[in-house]
Design a protein around this ligand. Structure first.
Ligand code: PMT
Length: 403
């Protein structure tokens, strides 16, 4: 999930840093846009450090740098790539601009271009808040379906006591997550996820591996963090950043993956094996680089440890979900693997064009121990991850609720 966080120029701008931190902690990617007045109160660096992303500080490149078409339309790009626009603190000036469609800086321009839901958390002096102009703007914005996180009453920086203080960061974040329909239904769960390929060395420079990018496993980790779970992500070598809040356990070989999984098994309540584990490992790994020769070379291979099979035997009442990447007979292969490995669910993906390995999207069939089968149509791997968790929670109720 991506949220654009607009920060207006008010004394409460410093509290927006806590809002950004809490959103990041819940697995949300945050892109901060600061008005020029906001930068008088807090430095952009604070937000860049908290979000790991460049902060947008003006509509045009700064310091007289040469403008480009892409910099001139960046507000459109930012508008389209985010799922929600949050403004905290929303000043009286920003609310007036939004209400009347004025667009003279990045944030107000982006607001007009933004097609998604908007949440405003106003903060200002009591008199400004109660002024008929502000209240009229507020009514206009509410009428457009914008969510307002009302300011609280209390002691204000200007010395007055009354309504106008920015709502608590937790309340603002709750409103955002509610608007994004994020469920916190994995709170209290520890989800152990494997992702990516394994690499089985042949010699110091060569290895056996596969095309897994880790995108499916990382999407599952991102969804689990956002839904409130503690996440242990055992990952083969990939070039992705783990979601903030997940514990990353990097591994290389199938044997290392097995050891890492069993080290964390005791704390896990749900296990998802999205990794594409190499099926074979080299019997004798050469200590030195094997020299090229004209003659045929053979490699002797042993099977790798079957982690899913071992988990199936040792899982007790944990929910165990495996994956199956197939090129044909998806449902029957998924059912065969479910039974052979003792899993509760197998996520079958037909690998091919635009889905499965390396792709940003997936299209899967969920084969359950109850006999049920559910098809998840093609969608982003993140959406598919949410569908897997939805089904997993229903499945666990069916399998274990009666004790
Ligand atoms: O990483 P991406 O590019 O996003 O691609 C995602 C994916 C296609 C890799 C993923 O969705 C997927 O299907 N992963 C499993 C691929 C696979 O190896 O399938 P399999 O049929 O070989 O294995 C079946 C199950 O047994 C898997 O859960 C696998 O993790 C597990 N296994 C396999 C071999 C082994 N030695 N130990 C295992 O635990």
């Amino acid at each position: 999930m991506r949220v654009a966080l607009g920060v207006g120029g008010g004394i409460a701008a410093y509290k927006a840093a806590e809002v950004a931190r809490l959103l990041v902690q819940r697995g949300v990617q945050v892109r901060v846009i600061m008005t020029s007045s906001a930068q008088e109160f807090v430095r952009p660096l604070t937000f860049a450090a908290l979000t790991g992303q460049k902060v947008i500080t003006s509509l045009f490149p700064e310091g007289g740098a040469e403008g480009t078409l892409s910099s001139a339309v960046e507000h459109i790009g930012v508008a389209l790539e985010n799922d929600l626009l949050l403004v905290a603190p929303a000043t009286a000036d920003l609310m007036a601009k939004f209400a009347h469609g004025l667009a003279d800086d990045f944030l107000s321009t982006m607001y007009l271009a933004f097609p998604g839901p908007t949440v405003l958390a106003p903060a200002m002096n009591t008199g400004m808040w109660q002024h008929p102009a502000t209240q009229a703007n507020l009514a206009t914005l509410r009428g457009r379906g914008i969510t307002i996180v009302d300011p609280e009453s209390g002691f204000l920086a200007c010395g007055m006591v009354g309504p106008g203080r920015l709502a608590e960061p937790e309340s603002i974040v709750d409103a955002v997550l509610r608007k994004l329909s994020v469920r916190r239904d994995l709170e209290g769960e520890t989800v152990l996820i494997t992702a990516g390929p394994t690499q089985e060395p042949i010699d110091p420079v060569r290895y056996i591996s596969n095309r897994s990018s880790g995108k499916m496993g990382y999407a599952l980790a991102e969804a689990a963090v956002a839904r409130g779970a503690k996440v242990v992500l055992v990952s083969g070598p990939v070039s992705l950043n783990p979601p903030v809040g997940a514990l990353l356990v990097p591994v290389r070989t199938a044997a290392e993956m097995r050891d890492a999984v069993f080290q964390h098994l005791a704390e896990a309540t749900i296990i998802i094996k999205a990794a594409a584990v190499a099926d074979f490992q080299v019997v004798r790994v050469a200590e030195q680089k094997i020299k090229k020769t004209a003659a045929r070379v053979s490699l002797e291979l042993d099977p790798t440890p079957d982690i899913l099979l071992e988990l199936g035997r040792r899982k007790e009442d944990r929910l165990l979900i495996g994956f199956a990447a197939e090129t044909q007979n998806l449902k029957s292969e998924a059912r065969r693997k479910l039974e052979a490995k003792g899993a509760d669910m197998i996520v079958g993906n037909l690998v091919g064009e635009g889905a499965g390995f390396e792709a940003d999207e997936n299209e899967v069939v969920l084969v359950m121990r109850t006999g049920e089968v559910r098809e998840v149509p093609r969608a982003s791997k993140r959406k598919v991850a949410d569908a897997i968790f939805d089904e997993a929670l229903t499945l666990r109720l069916a399998l274990y609720a009666s004790g």
